[in-house]
Ligand binder design. Sequence first.
Ligand code: ADP
Ligand code: MG
Length: 388
Amino acid sequence: MTGAGDVAARATAGFRQRYGGEPAGRWAAPGRVNLIGEHTDYNDGFVLPFALPLRTVVAAAAADDGRWSVWSELDDEPVEFGPAEADEPGRVDGWAAYVAGVVWALRAAGHTVPGARLAIASDVPVGSGLSSSAAIEAAVLAALVELGGLDLPAERWPRLAQRAENDYVGAPTGIMDQSAVIRGRSGHALFLDCRTEAVEQIPFDLGAAGLAVLVIDSRAPHRHADGEYAARRKSCERAAEALGVAALRDVATGDLDAALARLDDDETRRRVRHVVTEDQRVLDTVELLRAGRIRDIGPLLTASHASMRDDFEITVPEIDTAVEAALAARAYGARMTGGGFGGCVLALVDADAADAVADAVTAAYADRGFTAPGTLTVLPAGGATRLD
Ligand code: ADP
Ligand code: MG
């Protein structure tokens, strides 16, 4: 992992090279990982993500021509657009749509967005499920809000960034990613109620406890992820309807057995059991963290994984291998994080054992003939901010 200084320096160097002169400032937003609470978001339930120490940095300055010019180190060519393109979702496509989408969402909410030149560098791996998309949205949003002196309190940023991604880019996502990367706080996880959108900072000071989270990029090719996601969602909606509740969040843990008895096929019963028990595991995790019992959340993480594997059926062999190897190497708990069918695994480990656990996972992958995993040791970091 490179330091935040390097990525900021790359953004500034990109700005100077593309546009000449100095940026007016640099704004950063992190990636995120979800500690626990999977496929609970669209069931109106609970999630518990935290912001990562990996960041996307935007070096930017206002431009008086009222247009936007954006360059990213991921691409050679800068992309330019004006109000006409920004006002029509889909007109700007490819990666720059995430930037145009933020301009669109701000304008649609009635704000006067200043023209700007933006140069973007990032340490957040793209497309690994660590939310590089929310990172770029939030960093651009932070830059434009400040360059334009817009009256927009940070509580309202997650919704706007989500709209950019849903309605301009066209990617259906919940509010979790944007909330985590905007509201995340160092040493804390963000407890989010996806029905009310209420958030609460939960102490999660891994560093002080001598702990760390090892994030393992499974490198598993995404297999039919979109179709499977849609199928899970549909099955949850149908089950809620059959049970006469607005969403599966409304099935209390104590009523689970009675609810399951009312469903007539085994697959739906297992889908419902995952969602209801997962919501409860998030609540139990929050209680333990509030009591400062970080190590004790390990079994909840591992139980979450078993539920995703056996009941929700969204894991793949690479993911299960990483979890098993991490647990065998004495992680306190481990689980897949993210929507499934690939993506990342996280493991709660003693900080000084993180390398050994990473080596054990890499060795298990080699035994099975899988492409080597990526590994990264992290502590919960802060959300979107101005750097200087
Ligand atoms: P994830 O959010 O899990 O990383 P997504 O598919 O949601 O994956 O978002 C990845 C997309 O976001 C990229 O394909 C690209 O279009 C855009 N993106 C993310 N970070 C950057 C960046 N630094 N520069 C340009 N585009 C980026
Ligand atoms: Mg994303």
